[in-house]
Design a protein around this ligand. Structure first.
Ligand code: ATP
Ligand code: MG
Length: 214
């Protein structure tokens, strides 16, 4: 394939990337929310979009099945950056990676006493690094959905999860006790594509970078 393939996930990343692509003169011809197509043509014959699960985007770009992609920093931190060119911060899909506990659980005291904490999360690597750096002993429990349920059901003492407004935590009687890292989405680029498709890619990357700065 000589053209450019862009990996995007449905939902907020697709929605928030649209204006950035538009600034580069790229308009997808279908909406993945209503279309079942996984490959979406654009107004440019040489550019297409592939719709991937958010956590799969780095894999598509790493192996060159997509030339560029948009992915949350959470996913990048968890996946690692192998084969990916230095990501550009798109400043979209902003949220924070936090530690949260049930209201009334004395997290500071548990940490001070050197308690061994059970942590439920989708982000095993991020959580492991965070608690190792603090010298807190943890058992990590991998979950794939609704981390908030884990402490309520007695599966874990605390969770590591993304928080934006905090309303999901509040609705489930949880409270954020520690900020791990700020999250936003990044534009990732396949290293080989950047060399081989430079003439097509660089104007797109530049147009996106300009509108992000503006
Ligand atoms: P699914 O929700 O379908 O299981 P997902 O959680 O991987 O999949 P999204 O919820 O669309 O997919 O999240 C995609 C990315 O958007 C995340 O990787 C993260 O970077 C960012 N994100 C997640 N939750 C929020 C939020 N509440 N506010 C802002 N950005 C968020
Ligand atoms: Mg989600």
């Amino acid at each position: 394939m000589n053209g450019i393939t862009i990996a995007l996930s449905k939902g907020r990343i697709f929605e928030e990337t649209l204006p950035l692509l538009a600034a580069a003169g790229i308009e997808p011809l279908e909406n993945p929310e209503t279309s079942r197509k996984l490959i979406i043509a654009t107004n440019r014959a040489d550019v297409r979009v592939v719709i991937v699960r958010a956590t799969d985007a780095p894999t598509y770009v790493q192996y060159g099945a997509a030339d560029i992609g948009v992915v949350g920093k959470d996913v990048l931190l968890e996946h690692g950056g192998d084969g990916l060119y230095q990501p550009l911060d798109l400043k979209i899909a902003k949220c924070r990676m936090m530690v949260a506990v049930p209201v009334g659980f004395d997290y500071e005291n548990a940490v001070r006493q050197g308690a061994r904490l059970k942590i439920a999360t989708k982000y095993i690597n991020i959580a492991r690094e965070h608690f190792a750096a603090k010298g807190v002993h943890v058992d990590l429990i991998k979950l794939y959905g609704s981390m908030e349920l884990a402490p309520l059901a007695g599966l874990a003492d605390a969770i590591v999860d993304l928080v934006s407004t905090g309303s999901t935590l509040k609705a489930n009687n949880l409270v954020a006790v520690e900020h791990i890292v700020d999250i936003s989405s990044r534009l990732i680029v396949n290293q080989a594509a950047l060399k081989l498709k430079r003439e097509t890619l660089v104007p797109i990357l530049d147009a996106i970078a300009r509108v992000v700065e503006a």
